[in-house]
Design a binder for this molecule. Structure first.
Ligand code: WTA
Length: 635
């Protein structure tokens, strides 16, 4: 018997040792004992670090939705699978049992089939956090279509580029979405996006807000009548272990988003196993992750991980500040939530509010509380521990990425002693390495370097959709043979890891990864702009905020700076989304550059942080006088 649920630190070390000394045997046992397969694998792991190519459970056949749904019908037909908490606190919550979810997914799968979608086709899902989102994801998986969920806060241009990159055939959206007191016209955003995406044959529209929208003849259909007519059972498509399950886009160092490809079997095994252990989920618990399903956290730990374990997972449509800052805590009390998983930026925003927003609710149901998305600062950790966990609940600070599919470094609650700001120990099977700038591995304790993973794990992304070379260049070339995360980390005397932040040109703002390149491209599209550079600077709530240095063309120097600032942020909102707007914009006559023409972002970061003293080695700088000017005019 494999140890599926780890109960002591000694057991963790024991299982960890087994998982790294004989990974194939270990992952075979977990997979065989806890999942249903149509056929078992011929080989557990194939790994070629040069190509790079990784395959887990090669030859196995399965459908992930049978593991999420069908097998639970025996024991859990009437148990809640999803509890939907709407944006409006006065609207009733909706409980969807495993039996109902099974029928809804199957009906939706039949609708997709009737619209000509089949195995391997890409389906773009652009929906708010309503049950149809989870149902649509599973319906795609049921028939072997590859879902590409795009977070419904992205602009039409960002949506269009993702639809085009994956060559999606069908889009699923809603008339609109609720966000606090606001409504957003999602369908309009889709209509604009589709002006430039010819390949989309069909748009299915969920009625959510009931606003008047335009339905394009021959292309757009309301979902509800189709669902009403669809049969409620649909034979699952039996998939190969390595068939793609989904594509999810993440920001990168160029303007083009990277479509990370996750495959069926390895992703299933790893998300289920991590969910079970890292949230210490026990039968009957109610689990709530506040992320959006548009991000990897929602894919792995709202939908797949929980449902694979037969858990009850809460989906919340709204925002933490509506109708007031007590909403999260009110929901915990209302649904007797046992595991709560959120982002440091939300914790910081809520910690600034009056404590009575917390104390008026009963949080005694909580057993485990977690964070993800960015480093959690010490102050926020203590507030979370004291006021939400009430010093009873272990905090799981979980480090992972879109690319890793599942949690990689994290405490196991009630097992791993926690220390504020440390993600602590690698999860079972994960072999982190810290590397120095010369590519040497830093052995031992009390070292800091670039975080890599030395050995494959089941849920790692297999490629970038349509661009395997970029996958190799981005992740496997900096330190040959190893997966490079883009993060820095340190390892302390106890072997605990603390993530120090990105070491590349991704900036995490309010938990959202933003690449600098797409934002700079948006700014440079302004007719008055010659060039620009953006950097992050520390922000109390967002973690980082964006600071733009903008060089205007010669003939634009007498333009009104406030108008320009508004126009620049408008361009960014259109091309990336409102989350990427700049907090500060400084106009300059030039940017500090090296002789080879590279912008010295290190200097810009210091100026943006208001730290003007020591710029380090500036001997390679081509234009030192521009630094003086930038310092003088910092905003
Ligand atoms: C950061 C989110 C510190 C990190 C699951 C990573 C974290 C990026 C943590 C991935 C954490 C995530 N502590 N930093 N616990 N969790 N990060 O792809 O920089 O949206 O590389 O995946 O978030 O963000 P992504």
């Amino acid at each position: 018997m494999s140890q599926y649920s780890i109960k002591s630190l000694a057991e963790y070390f024991d299982v960890y040792r087994k998982s790294v000394s004989d990974p194939e045997r270990f992952w075979a046992e977990i997979a065989e004992e806890h999942f249903e397969w149509h056929r078992l694998w011929d080989r557990v792991l194939y790994w070629d670090p040069v190509k790079p190519e990784v395959r887990w459970y090669d030859g196995a056949r399965l459908n992930i939705t049978e593991n999420c749904l069908d097998r639970h019908l025996r024991r859990r037909k009437d148990q809640a699978a999803i509890i939907f908490e709407p944006n409006d606190p006065d609207s009733p919550a909706v409980t969807i049992t495993y039996g109902e979810l099974y029928e809804r997914v199957n009906a939706f799968a039949n609708v997709l089939k009737s619209q000509g979608v089949g195995k391997g086709d890409r389906v773009c899902i652009y929906l708010p956090m309503i049950p149809e989102l989870a149902v649509a994801v599973l319906a795609c998986a049921r028939i072997g279509a590859i879902h590409s969920v795009v977070f419904a806060g992205f602009s039409s241009q960002a949506l269009a580029s993702r639809i085009a990159d994956a060559d999606c055939k069908l889009v699923i959206t809603a008339d609109g979405s609720y966000r606090g007191a606001k409504t957003i016209d999602l369908k309009r955003i889709v209509d604009v996006a589709l002006e430039s995406c010819r390949g989309v044959e069909r748009v299915l529209v969920v009625k959510r807000v009931g606003t008047e929208i335009e339905m394009k003849q021959g292309r757009d259909l309301w979902l509800a009548p189709l669902l009403a007519e669809a049969p409620k059972t649909c034979e699952p498509e039996v998939m190969d272990a390595e068939d793609p399950l989904f594509i999810l886009y993440t920001s990168g160092s160029t303007g083009k988003p990277k479509g990370m490809v996750h495959t069926c079997a390895g992703y299933m095994v790893y998300t289920a196993y991590t969910f079970k252990n890292i949230f210490a989920y026990r039968d009957g618990d109610v689990y709530w992750c506040t992320a959006d399903i548009g991000w990897i956290t929602g894919h792995s730990y709202i939908v797949y991980g929980p449902l694979l374990n037969g858990a009850t997972t809460v989906m919340f449509e709204g925002v933490p500040s509506y109708p007031d800052y007590g909403r999260f805590w009110q929901i915990i009390e209302k649904h007797r939530v046992n595991q709560f998983y959120t982002a440091p930026t939300a914790i910081r925003a809520l910690a600034r509010q009056d404590l009575s927003y917390v104390t008026r609710y009963d949080l005694s149901s909580l057993k485990v509380i977690g964070t993800v998305g960015e480093p959690i600062n010490e102050e926020a950790w203590h507030w979370y521990n004291e006021h939400i966990g009430q010093k009873r609940c272990p905090i799981v600070d979980t480090w992972w990425q879109t690319e890793t599919g599942g949690i990689m470094i994290s405490p196991i609650p009630y097992v791993t002693p926690t220390i504020p700001t440390f993600a602590t120990l690698p999860f079972i099977g994960i072999r982190p390495a810290l590397m120095d700038a010369e590519g040497r591995e830093l052995e031992g304790h009390q070292v800091e370097g670039r975080l890599c993973i030395k050995f494959p794990w089941p849920s790692m992304a297999r490629t970038i959709w349509g661009d395997h070379q970029r996958y190799k260049d981005t992740y496997f070339s900096t330190f040959p043979g190893m997966y490079f995360t883009g993060d820095g980390a340190l390892r302390d005397a106890a072997g605990y890891y603390r993530i120090t932040g990105r070491v590349d040109d991704v900036i995490i703002v309010s938990g959202h990864n933003l690449g600098t390149a797409p934002i700079e491209n948006a700014i440079n599209a302004h007719p008055a702009v010659a060039e620009s550079a953006i950097v992050g600077f520390p922000h109390d709530v967002k973690g980082n905020a964006l600071y733009g240095f903008v060089v205007l063309k010669g003939d634009a120097s007498d333009a009104d700076p406030d108008v320009l600032r508004r126009e620049i942020n408008g361009l960014i909102a259109d091309s990336v989304g409102p989350i990427a707007k700049l907090d500060k914009i400084q106009f300059a006559t030039g940017l500090p550059k090296t002789r080879s023409g590279k912008i010295m972002r290190r200097i810009l970061r210091k100026i943006a942080a208001g730290d003007m003293d020591d710029f380090g080695d500036v001997s390679t700088l081509l234009n030192p006088d521009v630094v003086e000017e930038l310092k003088q005019n910092a905003v």
